[in-house]
Design a protein. Structure first.
Length: 433
């Protein structure tokens, strides 16, 4: 019905159409259905693409059951078809009954305002193209039939001479949506025959409320969230000052921006992340979904993938770092490259052996003439854990003489034939600190 009705619009100087039929491979006769669709499109002179998808790959990643895997695979196929035809919009055949089923599904799953507002006639959606991580594509999803009940569409089909394909899996109550359609909704209709229409009105009202809150989230998001080279960070002080409703939406917007429509984050995980941003100890890691984690720093909460986040944070720290396990004796002229564009340069002539290395367990240093454990000093300086084992230090046999780049930018003593300083190479221009 969707293709037939849009064809009537397209014939009157409307946009060109492409029909896409997705075969989920869930039934032996699904290939026959695809051939019927192709024959019908040929009769209508409508270009058609048949796509076979493997929902098992999505199910392996999502672990949310066949219904969810099929939906994600279907949207990925539609997004790829749009991409291949230079389009940024797809149209789906969702109708009024689908809206009611969707709202009820979300209600029993536990949903917030956005979930209970159902589907909108036109939305923007970030769609993953593969079961794993990006690439993703942001598309407009148009639902022109959303205001029509299934019975209206069945009448339209009969009058247009269209024989709809019946999917027998829709008869099985093993799937939650089918169970709602065949048991819950009839019971609701017996109480309120216009339940579809009243639910649609509720959705429209809630969508207005959600839009209003979304504008407030936009403002908060721009103030407290930053994205540097793919690493999302949240300013904890400003986050604490926000309302819990804004806090949850800010965090979910980040996660949705990373994972797209496959971001099925459990409420418990979202609350764990929110509480960590509010009160979590530095160094705490919160597992979210699909390898995504939150990392609590002193002033910020960082969100990224577990296998790369700490490397990314070190890269963005802009401080000189040294590969763990490195140990170099400093003697004579010194010119040693460090990470992030830094170098240590100078000259060493000393009776004592000086080493450039990382910190060791039990290291001590001197601060304002007082001896202190290096670990305690790093904590007092609010140095994140992901940096501590990468910091370069200059040490003799007794203690650490210089933690490079954190407090002062040159070796603290000039007597004894030791002169060392840091330099930063900025696009070929050397800046001495």
């Amino acid at each position: 019905m969707l293709a037939h009705s849009l064809l009537q619009i397209s014939a009157n100087d409307g946009p060109p159409l492409l029909a896409v039929h997705v075969d989920h491979g869930m039934r032996p006769e699904s290939g026959d259905d695809a051939q019927r669709v192709q024959a019908l499109c040929e009769a209508w002179d409508l270009p058609c693409t048949l796509v076979e998808v493997d929902i098992s790959q999505w199910d392996t990643v999502l672990k949310q059951g066949a219904e969810s895997a099929a939906r994600h695979a279907r949207y990925a196929a539609l997004a790829r078809a749009a991409l291949n035809h230079d389009s940024d919009i797809i149209a789906t055949a969702h109708h009024l009954d689908d809206q009611l089923e969707t709202v009820l599904l979300r209600m029993i799953s536990g949903s917030g305002l956005e979930g209970m507002s159902g589907m909108a006639r036109l939305t923007r959606r970030l769609i993953p193209l593969d079961p794993g991580r990006p690439p993703m594509r942001r598309l407009k999803v148009f639902r022109p039939l959303l205001g029509l009940a299934r019975a209206d569409l069945e009448t339209y089909a009969r009058e247009a001479g269209i024989d709809p394909i019946h999917d027998p899996t829709n008869d099985s109550n093993a799937y939650r949506r089918n169970a709602i359609r065949q048991t819950v909704i009839p019971a609701m209709e017996a109480i309120e025959p216009s339940v579809r229409e009243s639910t649609a009105r509720t959705c429209e009202l809630l969508q207005d409320d959600a839009d209003f809150i979304s504008a407030a989230v936009d403002s908060a998001f721009n103030e407290i969230v930053a994205n540097r080279a793919g690493v999302w960070t949240v300013e904890r002080k400003l986050f604490r000052e926000s309302h819990p409703s804004i806090q949850r939406r800010v965090l979910f917007r980040i996660i949705d921006g990373v994972l797209g429509s496959r971001a099925r984050l459990r409420h418990e995980r979202l609350e764990a992340l929110r509480n960590a941003a509010l009160d979590g100890q530095p160094g705490k890691v919160i597992e979210l979904a699909d390898g995504l984690v939150g990392y609590v720093d002193y002033d910020r909460l960082a969100i990224g993938f577990a296998d790369t986040l700490e490397d990314d944070l070190r890269r963005l720290a802009w401080v000189p770092l040294l590969e763990p396990g490195t140990e170099l004796e400093l003697s004579g002229d010194v010119d040693i490259p460090l990470t992030n564009g830094w170098r240590i340069r100078g000259h060493v002539e000393s009776d004592e052996t000086l080493l450039l290395r990382n910190r060791h367990d039990g290291d001590r240093t001197r601060v304002r003439g007082r001896e202190i454990k290096l670990q305690d000093w790093l904590v007092n300086q609010k140095v994140p854990r992901y940096l501590r084992d990468w910091l370069p230090v200059v040490a003799n046999a007794e203690d650490v003489r210089w933690v490079i780049g954190l407090d002062i930018m040159a070796y603290p003593e000039t007597r004894g034939g030791v002169q060392l300083h840091l330099e930063l190479d900025m696009n070929g221009s050397t800046v001495r600190e």
